[in-house]
Design a protein around this ligand. Sequence first.
Ligand code: MN
Length: 150
Amino acid sequence: MKKILLVLTSIIITGGITMANELNQPFAKGEINPYSKFFTGTTHLQMLVTKDDIWNSSIGNVTFDAGARTNWHKHSGGQILLVTAGEGRYQEKGKEIQILKAGDVVKIPPNVEHWHGAAPDSEFAHISIEPNLPNNKTTWLEMVTDEEYK
Ligand code: MN
């Protein structure tokens, strides 16, 4: 009986920890982001639609740990973000930081300097759509400092 209780207790504890660490999101989290050098903190990337000649789009699921964010950057063909989970942040150069929640759509015009990422205390996930391929080049710029982020 003691043994059974111990096993049950450890299942409940382990389950609780797993749930606390995993963002509930509809798409796969994928692997560590191969573009991590252009980000602050830990992010994951799962490609959903790779560059092609049919839809002229590249679509991926990006998951940010709390506090993680992109560097400042711009897309020559623009970008669309579909927010799927958690709480995030978005800022265009010279404008206020916006709070993002599941269901939000962010339309980023071509060549507008910006960054996107998680809130300081929440994981965050968005689908990133890069349209207008092959004429959509991303230019990576400086890090978003802690002062700019807060
Ligand atoms: Mn972007």
